[in-house]
Ligand binder design. Sequence first.
Ligand SMILES: CC(=O)[C@@H](O)[C@H](O)COP(=O)(O)O
Length: 269
Amino acid sequence: MSMNNDQLTLYGRIVSSRMLLGTAQYPSPAILANAVERSGSEIITVSLRRELPKGADGQSSGGSFWDLIQNLGVHILPNTAGCHTAKEAILTAKMARDLFKTNWIKLEVIGHHDSLQPDIFALVEAARELVADGFEVFPYMTDDLVLAERLLEAGCKVLMPWCAPIGSAQGPVNVHGLRAIRGNFPEIPMIVDAGLGRPSHATQVMELGFDAVLLNTAVAKAGDPALMGEAFGKATDAGRQAYLAGMLEPRDMAVPSTPVIGQAVFGEV
Ligand SMILES: CC(=O)[C@@H](O)[C@H](O)COP(=O)(O)O
């Protein structure tokens, strides 16, 4: 599904798929595994405070979850979902590093109860400390230009602006903001994280020139998560291809698509 000659480099790791998938809220571990496989995702994000999928017996699957994700053969991006302070996020990141044996961390520091909007001050503080400690930080952030600058100064080499609140499925609510952040930092790998509800939302943000998308709820809560994972994978690739192909800008006036000079030819000449 992915275009092999159009790879993405994130902290030195090269991937072909531009869709990163979350692992929470699936009806079962088997369905999660199918969704990951059919989406083509090569990176999944896992929370230490995750909500455990139910096993076949309807009970929490516990340790089998860890076996399952390791068997998927994908790269793991641990996250600090559920943390509300820099201190808590830093501690969680360190525990994740020990558990998953990776320096990667998706840094979430939630600041607002209703919108789950990140606490941008604590985010920068935590990012600075984690980078100094050797982490490669993927910060979940709002689409704010000054925040982007501060996170880059703190040592982040990848940015993850939201497109809407986590789990809201609203899709890009501030296209202007996304365009601005993309345009101001053209060399920085940027992954749109959270709030995607439909495959067309993934296409839309990839058409804006973002490097990848990260989503969870829209796949996990779909009627058929594996099928939806595949749909998002294709939609992400379609948006990327359109971006690379170069799209027409909308025009105010009609422009004929067939020639207006010469004569129509009917019958024999
Ligand atoms: C899984 C994750 O890391 C979160 O950032 C979030 O859950 C993704 O957002 P959606 O669930 O809205 O796709």
